[in-house]
Design a protein around this ligand. Structure first.
Ligand SMILES: Nc1ncnc2c1ncn2[C@@H]1O[C@H](COP(=O)(O)OP(=O)(O)OP(=O)(O)O)[C@@H](O)[C@H]1O
Length: 301
């Protein structure tokens, strides 16, 4: 299928004025979201991700630049739906189904159409058995999954998700990742911000990176996110490290505990394996590089 562009953000800038001065939250950012893709939009805290999402969703106006949705300059809030970080747009005293019906009708669906769409979404998000449950009785992770359903109830073309997996447990994160993938398969274009590299890697077709308000990359293949960062290894040994060996390893600036050596860089690996000999090696693991290191590598390059 040939891809087409759904959103074009062209030279967007946004400044905030406060008592301390002016913050350039977003500077001259141009970005596209293509039909049916998941774009990972990554950056450190304060990089400008939420500001950009609010602009794309038409919730705030940029100081400069334009947003084009399906070739039209007019921003349509119905075509683009956003779930902002920490905002669960739910009524706690209503049931799951009542929330979906209420928000569906609010956004222009008939009650019947809202209910039908609600059943489809609950199926996609594995929440069908919770339809009658009060929201306040759901776990945090389920509430978050329902919040994404509510954002999707009127079937927007584009979904913007700001840190959707923040503060939810592993099982709910997995469930949410799978459901987001299903939304993509159903034709929704999605932009997602996350601090979890594994989530970005699993979901994104393409990754864009923003640092201090500026776009530093917009076409990274998720699997090559780590390309500028050295591999780091952890070595687990079958016997205790004695004081003499500990002193030698400490000189290499490694993290050492009784039977474990971590923080080993690529070029140190063979030297470390030589030094620990004859201690038995139980395992040697490549550690996923830390989020900040990956981002700083792009921000600096
Ligand atoms: N309403 C506001 N008034 C003043 N400054 C703001 C406002 N909103 C955001 N900022 C500032 O703009 C910059 C970008 O913030 P933004 O929330 O867009 O970043 P972010 O990448 O989403 O960060 P996080 O990951 O922490 O949510 C930051 O320096 C922030 O302090």
């Amino acid at each position: 299928m040939e891809s087409s562009v759904v959103i074009i953000a062209d030279n967007i800038s946004k400044r905030y004025k406060s008592a301390e001065g002016t913050v350039n939250a977003v500077s001259d950012v141009s970005l596209t979201i293509e039909s049916g893709e998941i774009l990972g939009f990554l950056g450190l805290n304060g990089a400008g991700k939420t500001t950009m999402i609010k602009i794309l969703a038409g919730l705030i106006e940029p100081d400069e630049g334009t947003i084009e949705i399906n070739g039209s300059k007019r921003n349509s809030k119905l075509k683009v739906s956003a779930l902002l970080e920490g905002h669960r747009n739910l009524y706690w005293r209503l049931s799951v189904m009542e929330n979906l019906e209420y928000f569906g009708v609010l956004r222009g669906l008939s009650a019947k159409a809202a209910r039908q769409r609600a059943y489809e979404l609950l199926d996609t998000f594995n929440l069908t058995d919770k339809a009658g449950q009060y929201v306040q009785k759901l776990s945090r992770g389920m509430q978050q999954r329902l919040a994404v359903c509510v954002a999707m109830v009127h079937n927007p073309q584009v979904l913007l998700l700001d840190e959707p997996t923040l503060g939810i447990d592993f099982d709910n994160t997995q469930a949410l990742v799978e459901s987001i993938f299903k939304l993509k398969e159903q034709g929704t274009s999605i932009l997602i911000t996350t601090h979890e590299l594994a989530v970005a890697e699993k979901l994104s077709d393409r990754v864009a990176i923003i640092a201090k308000g500026q776009l530093v990359a917009d076409d990274i293949k998720p699997k090559s996110l780590h390309q500028n960062v050295q591999d780091i290894y952890q070595l687990d040994l079958g016997d205790d490290i004695d004081d003499e060996l500990r002193a030698v390893l400490a000189e290499l600036k490694l993290d050492i505990s009784d039977r474990k050596v971590s923080g080993i860089e690529n070029e140190q690996l063979y030297k470390v394996l030589d030094l620990v000999n004859p201690l038995p090696i139980m395992s040697l693991t490549k550690v996923v590089p830390d989020f900040e290191k990956v981002f700083l590598s792009y921000a600096r390059s």
